[in-house]
Every structure is written in C-alpha cells, then in structure tokens.
Design a protein around this ligand. Structure first.
Ligand code: FES
Length: 287
C-alpha cells in the first residue's frame, strides 16, 4: 500500500496513455504486454544492462551532487548499449537514480537525441531548417529518403534502411538547425558534420556507409558509429588514447565560421568596454 509520504509510482498503463494523447503520428516507446497486464515488477523486466554498464551508471551518478542530474548522460549510456532508449532502459535509469519511470520517460520524449526506436549503425541527420532548406537541404532529404526507401516508398523520418544495429544500416532523420548555417546545406552522420552538401554527394555518402566505409567528415573527429558516439556523449573516453584525444580536441571550426572574427582582428576592431555600473532589469546593478 502507498502511504502519503511515499512518492507515487506511475501506473502500468500511464506511459501508454500519455503517448496516446500526443497523437497517432508520434513514435512511442513500446510498452510490453507485461506492462499492459499490470503485472510488471523490476525483476520481471529483462535487463540488457550487465554489471559493467551498471557500474558505469553508478560512476555517472557519483559525478553530480544530486544523482538525478546524471539522467541525460545515463540515457546516452543506455543508447550506447541498445541503440535507443527502450522501456527497459527507462526502468534502468529510474532504478539507478531513484526516479519514477514517468519522470525518465518525460525526459526521453522531450529531447530528440534520445531515440525511441532502434537506430541503424549510422544516424544521418539532414538539416531542413530554413536556411539549409532554401539552399538545398529539402532536396537532399528528399533524395536520401527516395534512395534509401524500398519498393518505391521513400524512407520516413527516423526510419531505418537495413536492420537496425546491423552493419551498413542507416537511420534517416530531419534535423532542426545544426548550428552551421554558414556552411549550408549541411548534414551530420553520428553528429559529425558534412558541410556544403549536394543531393549527389549525400547519396555517395550513404552508399559508402552501406558498404562499410567511414568517409571523413568535413571537420571534427573521424566517423565511428552511432553507439560509439553515444558512449562518448555519456562521458566515457579511452583516457590513454592519444589519437582519440587529438581527434576530439582538434580544431573543428570552419574558415567561414571565423570570418567575422578574422576581419575584426585584421582591422583591429574591438567591442566597446562595458561600463562599470550597468543598470539591469529589476533595479540590480552589474557587479
Ligand atoms: S539552418 Fe541548417 S545549420 Fe542552420
């Protein structure tokens, strides 16, 4: 029995009802039949996360004054194992951080970097926000959707060509602005940039990925795969690997991005110094 001092736990059907309210087009976390029958206990959940992952989850929780702050990296750790955040992954994080599954699900369904269906070996994100769209991003997305589709049916948003997780499988998605508008149209593979793309270049790129190749991104670290990148996003790096460090810490900016700063430096332009006493909204003064 739950007493008034205990944190209420979500009912077995709560998540499903929440997702259903969002409409039929929303991809939802699959709820197992065990959930539907209301018989779920933690020990009945199949746990795909072994002792090593459990230990790493505890390391993450220990990095923060409040363990719950580790939820975002822990979800990336879950994705590094399964290639998405499954219901088991939600339960794992909830258990590690003393959260309810509803609280974890609320975070998973808010951020687009947490996938609710198994991803391919590679995640291809095409920017279709305004600037990229106008300069060819929409055409790139349409071309890739057609090229990766089957039986004349284009691949849909967050759908996978091939078997998820298998070599050469590719998940395609629309992406909002990828913060590289000066290099539009851009796409990313596992969050690494390919700048100034054309539909033809994008097709060559995904064909190379399907053949098992790892074409070099325009800048930044070399390509790996979605699960490996998720592990890095969780905060786990091979500490002794100098090559890896050089790749990750190396310059990733483009000449175009620094053009304004370079012009200012060449012409000795500087911003005016900030006055000592700047009135702030609400009557406070800047220190
Ligand atoms: S609109 Fe595509 S990177 Fe900004």
């Amino acid at each position: 029995m739950t007493t008034s001092s205990e944190t209420p736990r979500p009912g077995p059907r709560q998540a499903k009802q929440t997702f259903a309210a969002a409409g039929e087009d929303v991809d939802v976390v699959e709820i197992s039949p065990v959930h539907e029958e209301g018989m779920l206990t933690e020990t009945e959940l199949a746990d795909p996360f072994g002792p090593d992952i459990e230990q790493q989850a505890k390391e993450l929780a220990a990095r923060y004054p409040q363990a719950r702050s580790a939820l975002l990296p822990m979800l990336h750790l879950v994705q590094s194992v399964q290639g998405y955040v499954s219901q088991e992954g939600v339960a794992f994080c909830a258990r590690q951080l003393d959260l309810s599954e509803a609280e974890v699900s609320a975070v998973v369904t808010f951020y687009t970097m947490y996938k609710r269906k198994p991803c391919g070996e590679h995640l291809v994100s095409v920017c279709t926000n305004t600037l990229c769209a106008a300069l060819g991003g929409d055409a790139i997305y349409a071309k890739l959707a057609e090229h990766l589709g089957e039986d004349g049916k284009p691949l849909g948003h967050e759908q996978t060509a091939g078997t998820p997780g298998e070599p050469g499988s590719i998940t395609l998605e629309h992406a909002e602005c990828l913060a590289a508008c000066d290099l539009a149209p851009v796409l990313q593979v596992n969050y690494e940039y390919f700048d100034n793309q054309t539909p033809e270049q994008a097709v060559e790129l995904v064909d190379a990925l399907r053949r098992g190749e790892k074409p070099a991104p325009t800048r930044g670290a070399p390509l790996s795969d979605f699960k490996s990148v998720e592990r890095q996003l969780a905060g786990f790096f091979p500490e002794e690997d100098d090559v890896f460090r050089a790749d990750v810490d190396g310059p990733s900016q483009a000449v175009e991005t620094l053009r304004g700063a370079q012009l200012a430096a060449d012409r000795a332009w500087t911003a005016p110094a900030m006055a000592d006493d700047v009135p702030l909204p609400g009557g406070e003064e800047a220190k």
